[in-house]
Design a binder for this molecule. Structure first.
Ligand SMILES: [Zn+2]
Length: 201
């Protein structure tokens, strides 16, 4: 059980060692997911595990739990059993709770996106809080219909999706790194296709 205080991971110095930086990324992503999604129940987020037990990448997903009252956030991998608790997350930039409370699952349509697109979305730098909440509230695809193309479900309507596509397009326009731009373009196409399906249904 990895017990952590998020305060120690929020401002990493530039020369912080790689494992510490990756742990900070993992913990802030878990807090974003746990605060973007519903409270009071454990749910399987779209976040991957990233550990390499026996040098094979763990394909598990992060199960997150946040109590209704502010308390440490609990997380565990649904495959390798890696687990931990995070305190000190309230009021940090990773805290995506809605100002007026709430946080129950929305009844919006679910849109399936691939893990590659999810990685691009989580990495967007120009994402507003509402969009960030949509992205981190994504649920793992429970059936894993195609194990070679793992994905997740976003709960979004056409308007939300349009906003996300706008964020991706804006960032693609400002990107100088061609590899990152290609990934952004791929996400743009996938989301535009999903929007077409949503509008057509
Ligand atoms: Zn794992």
């Amino acid at each position: 059980m990895f017990v952590s205080d998020l305060h120690h991971f929020l401002e990493m110095p530039d020369d912080a060692p790689g494992p510490a930086v990756r742990m900070a990324e993992h913990l802030t992503a878990v807090v974003r997911a746990a605060t973007a999604g519903p409270a009071g129940l454990a749910w399987v987020s779209a976040l991957g595990c990233g550990r390499r037990p026996g040098r094979k990448r763990c394909r598990g997903r992060m199960v997150v739990f946040r109590a209704d009252l502010p308390a440490p956030i609990e997380w565990r991998c649904d495959s390798c059993g890696d687990e931990g608790v995070i305190s000190g997350w309230e009021g940090s930039y990773a805290d995506l709770r809605r100002p007026r409370g709430g946080g129950s699952r929305s009844t919006k349509p679910e849109v399936r996106v691939s893990d590659e697109v999810m990685v691009v979305l989580r990495d967007l730098r120009l994402l507003g809080t509402d969009c960030e909440r949509m992205v981190f509230a994504a649920r793992a695809d429970p059936d894993g219909a195609d194990p070679d193309r793992p994905g997740a479900f976003l709960d979004v309507d056409a308007e939300d999706l349009d906003e996300l596509i706008g964020c991706v397009a804006a960032e693609a326009n400002h990107e100088d790194d061609r590899r990152r731009q290609k990934r952004l373009d791929g996400a743009f196409s996938a989301l535009s296709e999903a929007l077409g399906d949503l509008d057509g249904s």
